[in-house]
Design a protein. Structure first.
Length: 219
């Protein structure tokens, strides 16, 4: 039995993995909603939540559920989160899976890693409150305003994350005009520490191809 911890990307909660979780039946699966993304989080909680807050959310789950030998999965923004958490997890993470997700180096942030399209999304989305980025577009109504500070904070890494024995990156090739991950894909394909997988979907791979995601996680 494998232990999976699933972290959603920007604007989303644990429900982002609703199509994948049933396909992982028989395994120990934990899907997490990050601080500031709960429907009942107050203004102060949303305004204060940053990348460290979200990494701590993951670490608290590991402690609370006494989890070890964990496959840590992150989509999109959550690549920042799982990288920060894995670096601080004291060897409890055995595998990381970045689902069309950022793989930051020390000192990088979501803001520094995205392209102009997503910077414009962040600026326009934060104009209402100044502390939270409204969801772009008119898709799933469950999406929440995302804490701006988590997009802006630079990650600080000790190098422990580089000791994780298995690291997978999934590149979604079906949104080439907007993706911020093309250069990252090339970087990781040249790195023998990473396994790179390409799927022909848009960014929301968990809903567009849940079977492919489950097969990769179980492979």
């Amino acid at each position: 039995m494998t232990t999976f911890v699933l972290i959603p990307g920007g604007w989303k909660g644990s429900w982002a993995y609703e199509a994948v979780i049933p396909l992982l039946a028989g395994h120990d699966v934990h899907a997490l909603t990050l601080t500031g993304l709960h429907p009942d989080d107050d203004i102060a909680t949303v305004a204060a939540a940053n990348l460290d807050t979200h990494a701590d959310d993951v670490l608290r789950l590991l402690d609370r559920a006494h989890l070890d030998d964990v496959t840590l999965v992150g989509h999109s923004y959550a690549g920042m989160v799982i990288t920060a958490a894995a670096d601080r997890a004291g060897g409890r993470i055995s595998r990381m899976v970045h689902l069309d997700a950022f793989v930051p180096r020390d000192g990088e942030s979501w803001w520094s890693s995205v392209n102009d399209y997503f910077r414009e999304v962040a600026v326009a989305g934060a104009a209402t409150t100044g502390y939270a980025v409204n969801p772009p577009g008119a898709r799933d109504p469950r999406r929440r305003p995302h804490p701006l500070a988590s997009f802006m904070q630079e990650i600080r890494l000790t190098g422990e994350v580089d000791r994780i024995p298995r690291r997978d990156f999934v590149y979604c090739s079906g949104w080439e005009e907007q993706t911020p991950f093309a250069e990252l894909r090339a970087r990781l394909e040249a790195d023998p520490a990473w396994q790179v997988h390409v799927v022909p979907t848009g960014h929301d791979v968990m809903h567009e191809a849940p079977e492919a995601v489950a097969d990769l996680l179980l492979g």
